[in-house]
Design a protein around this ligand. Structure first.
Ligand code: ZN
Length: 659
């Protein structure tokens, strides 16, 4: 059940606009949106299970010992790959523990809106007290460089995640302030960022560097928005502008610590997207999560500064990703080697890396592209990644996780309790817990509805408080009723996304039909009028079952077909099907039917049909023969991909043989 929000609606400070004024859409802060229905269930699982589990696992992993100045340092708990000084390979995931705390704090904070949890709040308060006590007088803060490797701060931005960790702690600080009104961690992080701005920057005598793992850029934008301090925005912009410039900072930094710049494990700066300046980039390369976080920060800066040069680069990168390197689930980064991209159209299914964090990162990026105005090109993909490749990373009860999200499994790929590199669990946790802010965004005289589903948003527009309530069974049904309740009549534009997957949509305002052709651009219907209490908007989206095919350049999907309905991509699991999954063929003539299954997997719509299966006739011995196997008819049942591996372990397959 959903608790009422524990905090008063939070209002962000107003930032002074520098640069060209632009119509910017900003996401609604999490406390201003209550979600119910599908996302309410997910957020409840995070609030009641995941948030506490994250804290407990961090403690079990000895992360508390690392940040607590009152305890002896635990030393190196997770060994380095090799211990040969500061070369590229002396990185341990333990260096990132501050980031895991940051994301755990963020998940807990957003969950506290939903469900009061004084015990968890006390634990997080204690963690924050430790960070406050750990912070050095000059503002510096890193449990790794203060407690495990003192004396080496700011010597290896390329590999050691120093600014990345700061970024996640900033995001945690912003969320905790918004959730609880407590600003201790926010003040700690402002002091740290003020220190960072003295060390790094464009001035002579400063290091002209940036982080090897992007993250602080988007975090600084959040910090600027919540504090109203433009200097944090400027620092974010500096990191983005400086990335990939010559002389290359990572070369200079390596020489300064007596290392050969070429001695870089990943060989190319494409790995961290610093191979060329960001405005010259047109190919999505390297580590997938790094890429998504960079583009997210770029999109924020493009929005805040009205910077069309950044926007042009982002559009090229968007095209490249979505037309050549994205799984149908919204997963990305096929390779475990670089945790990232390989070559165009290389989308292996069984060995797909498709890290949960990368799909979460795509949601971040897509949502920030919407800052520049409603556009279904981005929002449709945000929805694809949200409903499929990201939340597949979290079990339905919120207790177990995936790091990799393959599209095919023989049954041995199963959810785990924790990971040596635990980046994904708190990332999916914080995304789900903050889902309300992805639903809506607000401009000076407009509100955009990007996602559909049971929810209520509260916001001010032209000084008038407005509440907007959606009633919908989405994603199981495409009917959406929207009730508007402004406290006084007020004129603004309501933007409603018309998803590209919908083959037909009907819109009415107070019962009067609206011609969508007249009002739709960039995939959003725009209704401008003076809204008054009791106004009702109804949107009916046709939600057909689709057979989807991959570009023939994708060799792994040749001759195969995937099923979708609305925003959901489907898969077959062994437990629902009699045949081995690779033996199944979905005939093109098969009539696929949707069925409501309230008792299954927390309530889903399944897709079923009569399919064909290769029979085992006469194959008891021998491997090859001239005659093909006989086929038999069988029943095929598919479930939403996000819900797989929540029952007994078994095979799973997204791309079926097309017959
Ligand atoms: Zn991850």
């Amino acid at each position: 059940m959903t608790a009422s929000p524990s905090a008063q609606p939070f209002k962000a400070n107003t930032l002074e606009k520098t640069g060209k004024p632009k119509l910017a859409f900003r996401p609604l802060p999490v406390p201003q949106v209550d979600v119910h229905g599908f996302w309410g269930d997910r957020a409840d699982a995070v609030a009641s299970a995941t948030a506490g589990i994250l804290y407990d696992r961090c403690v079990e992993a000895r992360m508390l010992e690392q940040i607590d100045p009152d305890r002896p340092s635990p030393g190196v708990v997770i060994p380095f790959h090799v211990s040969d000084g500061f070369t590229a390979r002396t990185v341990t995931t333990q260096m990132f523990w501050d980031s895991d705390w940051g994301k755990t704090i963020e998940t807990a904070a957003y969950s506290l809106y939903r469900r009061k949890n004084p015990e968890l709040e006390r634990k997080i308060d204690a963690v924050i007290d430790m960070y406050e006590k750990l912070q050095q007088p000059d503002g510096y803060l890193s449990s790794w460089y203060q407690r495990i490797q003192p004396g080496l701060r700011w010597t290896n931005l390329r590999d050691c995640h120093e600014l990345y960790c700061a970024g996640h702690l900033i995001e945690g600080a912003v969320a905790y302030y918004q959730a609880t009104g407590k600003r201790k961690l926010l003040d700690v992080m402002c002091r740290f960022v003020d220190h960072i701005a003295t060390v790094l920057g464009p001035q002579p005598g400063q290091k002209h560097g940036y982080c090897g793992h992007e993250e602080i850029e988007l975090a600084l934008v959040k910090l600027a928005r919540v504090t109203g301090e433009q200097k944090y925005m400027e620092l974010a912009k500096y990191f983005i502008d400086q990335r990939g410039q010559q002389p290359h900072y990572f070369d200079e930094e390596a020489r300064a610590r007596g290392a050969d710049p070429k001695d870089f494990h990943f060989k190319t700066y494409e790995y961290n997207q610093s191979h060329i300046p960001v405005r010259e980039q047109d190919k999505v390369v390297g580590h997938a999560v790094r890429a998504m976080y960079l583009y997210s920060g770029m999109a924020d800066i493009a929005t805040e500064y009205g910077d069309d040069t950044l926007r042009a680069a982002l559009d090229r990168l968007w095209d490249d990703l979505t037309t050549k390197s994205l799984y149908i689930t919204g997963g990305l980064g096929p390779s475990a080697d670089n945790e990232g991209f390989t070559s165009d159209y290389d989308l292996p299914n069984e060995s797909a890396y498709a890290e949960t964090c990368a799909a979460v990162g795509l949601v971040f990026w897509a949502s920030r592209m919407l800052g520049m105005g409603p556009n279904a090109r981005y929002a449709d993909m945000m929805e694809r990644a949200l409903y499929n490749g990201s939340i597949s990373g979290l079990s339905l009860d919120g207790s177990l996780f995936f790091y990799e999200n393959p599209l095919e499994s023989r049954g041995a790929h199963n959810r785990w309790k924790w990971h040596r590199c635990p980046c994904c669990p708190p990332n999916i946790g914080r995304m789900v817990a903050s889902i309300g802010s992805y639903f809506y965004s607000l401009a000076d005289d407009a509100v955009a509805v990007h996602l559909y589903g049971d929810s209520t948003a509260r916001f001010d527009i032209s000084g008038v408080p407005v509440s907007l309530t959606q009633a919908s069974r989405y994603p199981w049904d495409g009917a959406v009723e929207i009730a508007l309740e402004p406290q006084a009549p007020v004129e603004f534009t309501l933007h409603l996304r018309i998803p590209a997957w919908s083959t037909g949509a009907e819109l009415t305002v107070n019962g009067d039909p609206v011609n969508l052709n007249d009002v739709t651009s960039d995939g959003y219907a725009a209704i401008r009028r003076t809204w008054k209490k009791g106004d009702q908007v109804r949107l009916d989206l046709e939600m057909p079952i689709e057979r989807l095919y991959a570009n023939p350049q994708v060799r792994q999907d040749a001759g195969r077909v995937a099923l979708s309905r609305g925003p959901l991509i489907y898969c077959v699991e062994a437990t629902d099907n009699k045949s081995q999954l690779h033996r199944l063929t979905l005939p093109r003539t098969a009539r696929v039917e949707a069925q409501q299954r309230p008792e299954l997997l927390g309530g889903v719509v399944t897709l079923s049909t009569t399919a064909q299966a290769d029979a085992g006739d006469g194959w008891q011995s021998g491997l090859y023969r001239p005659a093909p196997p006989a086929t038999t008819q069988t029943r095929l049942t598919a479930i939403p991909y996000f819900a797989w591996d929540n029952r007994e372990a078994g095979e799973m397959l997204v791309w079926l043989r097309d017959g």
